[in-house]
Design a protein around this ligand. Structure first.
Ligand code: CMC
Length: 401
């Protein structure tokens, strides 16, 4: 009643007040708790930025040491999980495995399930409740790399690797992915740092579709594992986290730089989508794309250039001077990072997983903020404008024509 206009796609609806992330779409800026992303990408690490996102300030040395120790300590998953992973088909998409794995994980931690008590068990000002919440945060961030690596290895029929000690977050992940069985094996430091920067870059991005999904799901007071699983499903789609996979499939389909003009024409006729371009909030440039470019230069020095790079550059150049894209303010977004993942040897369908692992942090930051907000959690229940049939009477099956 009283509703006249539906805001399709939430173009102009603010659903909360937030202190976590600010995107300045008109000037191509992104600030994490006030810090420009460019500064964090140079000076910070994924785990440090994760602390900043979740708790609101950069950690002291002692806080960081405890944080890192707890997250890494919680990276091990129960041995029974092996059976769960082995139950998937050999060619299952790793995002299907990972989405299920987060929900599965929740079944181990009933103490974090508000449904069992019928009310919010995470409340501000209560030390035990905050400690309980912290524990779920350590677990989810710590185990994200392990679940992802298991989703990778199970498809290859390889043994799972116990998370190592003494490595960075990205280092531990790389180790679990490709451990060759040599005791002294350590990931290449340049690739490890590059992945850490990409993780940091993907750790959050305000109220994107998956963060919104986590909040909407969490607003029913479901456990955080189920809420994260819902976020994971939302991210899977090609308009969101699946775009990094879609970019590479698009580049492969274009093939050579000579084929770029025909592809651009097909996009303009709406026969194709230019994946990796456009953003709901950025209307000049996406600051992440510049950091991706710089990181790509570092990675290619180690791995050699990706054969699709030239096609990607030609596409970029053609789109940036074409009136269709200029008038719609479409610029490259973060998803050309798929070229880096490819150069690092990750399989194509694993790229969205590389988005989820770090994004668990942002989801948790938003979820924590919502759970602890003044006045408690309000269930997210939007309204609609009904345009269907008016009241009518049921007709028996035998009498219907
Ligand atoms: N290729 C061709 N046309 C496009 C594209 C694109 N990538 N993106 C937007 N447009 C057009 C769109 O058709 C519309 O044209 P018109 O006004 O003539 O109908 C206009 O530009 C405005 O776009 P929109 O669809 O209203 O924008 P949106 O804010 O609803 O969608 C988006 C944003 C990211 C879903 C969209 O730009 C898109 O589909 N991009 C390709 C997929 C992609 O790269 N996604 C990753 C986003 S960044 C990382 C993440 O958040 O996951």
């Amino acid at each position: 009643r009283g509703l006249r206009v539906a805001d399709r796609g939430f173009l102009n609806t603010a659903v909360l007040r937030s202190e976590i992330t600010y995107i300045d779409g008109d000037n191509g800026g992104w600030f994490v708790r006030g810090y420009p992303i460019e500064q964090l990408a140079i000076h910070s690490s994924h785990l440090e930025t994760a602390y900043l996102l979740i708790y609101g300030s950069l950690p002291t040395k002692t806080q960081f040491d405890v944080w890192q120790k707890e997250v890494m300590h919680h990276s091990v998953v129960h041995a029974d999980a092996e059976q769960f992973f082995r139950s998937f088909r050999y060619d299952a998409h790793p995002m299907a495995i990972l989405t299920s794995a987060f929900a599965y994980l929740g079944s181990y931690y009933s103490e974090a399930n508000p449904s069992l008590q019928g009310q919010n068990i995470f409340t501000k000002g209560d030390k035990r409740s905050l400690a309980l919440m912290d524990k779920q945060i350590y677990r989810l961030i710590g185990k994200a790399t392990t679940l992802a690596a298991m989703a990778y290895r199970v498809r290859q029929g390889r043994q799972f690797v116990t998370p190592p000690t003494g490595l960075s977050y990205a280092g531990s992940f790389l180790y679990q992915m490709d451990h060759l069985g040599e005791e002294k094996y350590r990931p290449n430091p340049v690739l490890e740092r590059a992945l850490d920067v990409l993780f940091l870059l993907h750790a959050d991005h305000e109220l994107n579709a998956s963060a919104t999904t986590v909040l909407q799901t969490g607003s029913s007071l479901v456990d955080p594992y189920s809420a994260i699983a819902a976020g994971c499903a939302s991210l899977y789609g090609p308009l969101h986290g699946g775009a990094n996979e879609a970019v590479i499939r698009m580049l492969i389909s274009i093939g050579k730089p000579e084929n770029v003009p025909a592809f651009i024409e097909a996009v303009k006729k709406r026969e194709k989508v230019l994946s990796g371009f456009g953003h709901r909030v950025y209307k000049t440039s996406d600051p992440r794309s510049f950091i991706v470019r710089k990181t790509a230069d570092e990675v290619f020095k180690v791995t050699g250039k990706d054969e699709l790079l030239e096609t990607a550059m030609a596409l970029h150049e053609a789109a940036m001077k074409d009136e269709y894209f200029v008038s719609r303010k479409l610029a490259p977004n973060v998803d050309f990072c798929g070229l880096i993942y490819r150069a690092m040897g990750f399989p194509l369908d694993f790229f969205p997983v590389l988005f989820v692992v770090p994004r668990v942090v942002g989801w948790l930051a938003h979820w924590r903020q919502m759970m602890l907000q003044d006045g408690g959690v309000k269930i997210w229940r939007p309204r609609q404008i009904y345009v269907g049939a008016g009241k009518r009477d049921y007709v028996q099956l035998a009498e219907r024509v």
